[in-house]
Design a protein around this ligand. Structure first.
Ligand SMILES: Nc1ncnc2c1ncn2[C@@H]1O[C@H](COP(=O)(O)OP(=O)(O)O)[C@@H](O)[C@H]1O
Ligand SMILES: [Mg+2]
Length: 241
């Protein structure tokens, strides 16, 4: 579904990603774990088109998208929830959702009516029904994270990338977000989950890549989570405790 080959990217003269290769199969949930500053967000930015790679390739469904602009990647079905959420704070929840639904991927089968698409995400996030007319900036951090997720879903992505969706949120909210990711996974969406919390990543992801200083230093293969989590020295070496 998504394949990255020898990717290098950075900011100005500063290299960050060095020779990153990875792949995500259809319907697979893959975690990207690693300490602060490892390059996880830079990887997400490169995958969605916000950072231009210097070398290497990114392929979606075997077509090269390495230098494709971000909006075209979104139209192809590469959806993203960035770290900062990037919502329209002064607009209401309904307006935020309507804007996203209006930009839904054209080739995702018959485009549903905007109202139907919004009704669909409200099923996933029932609390939103009562909040449609509230300005998004007045909502809690957890609610805003769910709005960001709902907005990404309204674009009808085939691959969904989530950059640390649980960071800074209360445990109960984290649980809700993880269970939503579980629902999307069970529907067959391909998911890339950036997550610093390894235990959380292990709950929802089939596999993982461990990033450190811009490189993939370890892979947790399917079925290897228990062994990885049990190996204290491995977790400490890669994640600093
Ligand atoms: N906009 C930027 N300009 C320059 N350097 C950046 C920028 N964003 C991140 N970096 C640097 O790139 C490295 C990787 O950062 P990042 O991808 O955010 O890591 P992570 O998400 O794993 O914490 C860090 O050294 C960080 O300081
Ligand atoms: Mg980050």
């Amino acid at each position: 579904m998504l394949r990255v080959e020898h990717l290098e990217a950075g900011y100005g003269d500063v290299p960050v990603l060095k020779d990153i290769s990875l792949n995500v199969a259809a319907s697979e949930t893959v975690a990207i774990i690693g300490p602060n500053g490892a390059g996880k967000s830079t990887l997400v930015a490169a995958l969605c088109g916000l950072v231009q790679p210097r070398a290497g390739r990114i392929l979606h469904r075997e077509a090269e998208v390495t230098r494709m602009p971000a909006h075209q990647r979104a139209r192809r079905g590469l959806g993203v929830v960035l770290e900062g959420r990037h919502l329209f704070g002064e607009l209401t929840l309904r307006q935020n959702l309507t804007l996203a639904a209006a930009h839904a991927r054209a080739d995702a089968g018959a485009k549903p009516k905007i109202e139907d698409a919004i009704a669909e995400v409200l099923e996933l996030f029932p609390f939103m029904r009562e909040r449609l007319n509230d300005a998004v900036e007045l909502m809690s951090g957890g609610e805003q994270q769910m709005v960001a997720l709902a907005r990404a879903l309204l674009l009808r992505p085939e691959v969904l990338m989530l950059d640390e969706p649980s960071t800074g949120l209360a445990p109960l909210v984290v649980k809700q977000i993880m269970s939503t990711i579980g629902v999307l996974r069970s529907r067959g969406m391909s998911i890339i989950l950036v997550e610093q919390n390894v235990a959380l990543a292990a709950e929802v992801a089939d596999r993982a890549y461990v990033l450190s200083v811009g490189r993939v230093v370890h892979e947790v293969a399917k079925g290897e989570w228990p062994r990885f989590l049990a190996d204290d020295s491995l977790v400490k070496a890669y994640l600093g405790g």
